[in-house]
Design a protein around this ligand. Sequence first.
Ligand SMILES: Nc1ncnc2c1ncn2[C@@H]1O[C@H](COP(=O)(O)OP(=O)(O)OP(=O)(O)O)[C@@H](O)[C@H]1O
Ligand SMILES: [Mg+2]
Length: 145
Amino acid sequence: MEKIITHSAQETKTLGQAIGQVCRGGEVFYLSGDLGAGKTTFLQGLAKGLGVNSSVNSPTFNILKIYKTKKGSAVKSFCHIDAYRLIGAKDLEALGIKEILADKDAVTAIEWAEKVKSVFPKNTIKIKAKHITDNEREFAIDDKR
Ligand SMILES: Nc1ncnc2c1ncn2[C@@H]1O[C@H](COP(=O)(O)OP(=O)(O)OP(=O)(O)O)[C@@H](O)[C@H]1O
Ligand SMILES: [Mg+2]
C-alpha cells in the first residue's frame, strides 16, 4: 500500500497521468472515497496518461462512458464508470461490464466502487481518495496484481 498526498487538483492529475502512462491494457481501477475526494480529478489525469485527448467529466448522468485513446497508444480505450447512482452490481451487468472488463486493450475505472464490489476481478488496483484539507487529498494505492 502506497499513500500519496497531493496539494492541488493539478498535482492529482499529474499523479493519475503517471499511472496511466504505465498501463498496458486490462487494468481495472477501484476508486473509493467521499464526495469531492478527488476521484474524477485523478481519473482525468489517468485518462490523459492513457492517451485520451477529449476531456473526461463526471459520468454521473450517463453512468458509463467509453473514450478512445489516440492512435499509437498502448491502451485502446478507457471506460469510466460512476456507480454512485447504481443500486448494485446487477445494474452494471446490464450495461455489459463483463465484456468491458474482459477487454485486454481497455482500462476500466469505477468510482463509488464499493457499491458494485462483486464485479471486480482479483487483480484490481484499489485507490482510496481522502479529503485532508481544502487543497490536500490523500490517495492510498493498493495494487493487488
Ligand atoms: N489535491 C487535490 N486533488 C484533487 N482535487 C482537489 C485537490 N484540491 C482541491 N481539489 C478540488 O476538489 C474537487 C474534487 O472533485 P472530484 O470531482 O475530483 O471528486 P470526486 O471524488 O470525483 O467526487 P464525486 O464523489 O462527487 O464524484 C475538485 O473541485 C478539485 O478542484
Ligand atoms: Mg467523481
